[in-house]
Design a protein around this ligand. Structure first.
Ligand code: AKG
Ligand code: FE2
Length: 272
């Protein structure tokens, strides 16, 4: 039976639907596309797949749309958002770098569900992955789970523990894993990041450690996570504070190439 928080459907939004009738991406229409994407991302499930039908994908156009999203409602008006851009491909050298949790992206390994930049005071609320070349053997599938769907599956006592601002991600700071109510649930989670913070110092009570292990089980077994193979030219855009993402493993010699973008989009953070 479906309930009101069941959001496991995937929205595929063809870019062509958003382009002005003359086919041009004028300044105005880029701003309009950005406004439309923000409106959609503010509603559950807080992520979507933009289908550009471009192969190869036009990354400048993706950046223009993301820039316009970051500028919307930004203060001061017109300030250009800082966008972090990274190529995600299997890279044996990068993946052996010690101490950096982010090195996992460059391995062929599966990535469990996580928040990007979980160790930052405020993780960027927008993360986008533009697929240039999928793994020819079908590896590296994307997995996404909204925080609201996750909470629906968790027992209440576990949710209460995860709401406590006691979890280390880096240094001395402590954060809650879950925040907010109903569909406005926000999440900060990356088990590797927590484990690396725990390794450095800070003890965590047995109750809280058990809560983390229990959470891992629920994440691995979630019936509400959505798993799909991105096609070339598709861009997954997500609210990084409201959904977790991960990926399946791929062959060590995979030619998969995706581009990751991260930025802060103030308009996304405004309450509805
Ligand atoms: O490779 C992917 O699909 C996801 C990679 C990822 O989560 C990341 O780089 O933050
Ligand atoms: Fe990630």
């Amino acid at each position: 039976m479906l309930d009101k928080y069941s959001t496991q459907t995937m929205t595929k939004l063809p870019l062509a639907q958003l382009v002005a009738p003359n086919g041009q991406l004028a300044i105005e229409s880029t701003a309009e596309i950005a406004a439309e994407l923000i409106a959609r991302l503010r509603a559950a499930p807080h992520w979507l797949v933009l289908v550009t039908e471009q192969n190869p994908i036009d990354l400048d156009r993706v950046v223009n749309v993301l820039t316009a999203m970051g500028q919307r409602d930004a203060m001061p008006v017109g300030k250009l958002p800082r966008i972090s851009k990274t190529e995600i491909r299997v890279d044996a050298q990068q993946s052996t770098r010690k101490g950096k949790v982010t090195r996992y992206s460059r391995t062929p390994d599966a990535l469990p569900l996580h928040t990007d930049c979980s160790n930052k005071a405020i993780p960027p609320n927008l993360v986008a992955f533009a697929m240039e070349q999928p793994d020819p053997q079908g590896g590296g599938e994307s997995i996404i789970l909204s925080a609201a769907d996750l909470v629906y599956e968790l027992p209440e006592d576990l949710v209460s523990l995860l709401r406590q601002p006691v979890f280390p991600f880096v240094g001395e700071k402590r954060y809650p894993i879950l925040q907010g109510e109903g569909d406005d649930v926000r999440i900060r989670y990356y088990r590797n990041q927590i484990d690396s913070a725990l390794g450095e110092q800070c003890p965590l009570s047995d109750d809280l450690r058990e809560a983390l292990d229990e959470l891992e089980c629920y994440l691995a077994l979630s019936k509400r996570s959505v798993r799909f193979a991105m096609q070339a030219g598709e861009v997954v855009i997500m609210d990084n504070q409201r959904v977790l993402h991960g990926r399946s493993a791929m062959p060590a010699n995979s030619s998969r190439l995706m581009h990751r973008f991260r930025l802060s989009v103030p308009a996304l953070a405004l309450s509805a």
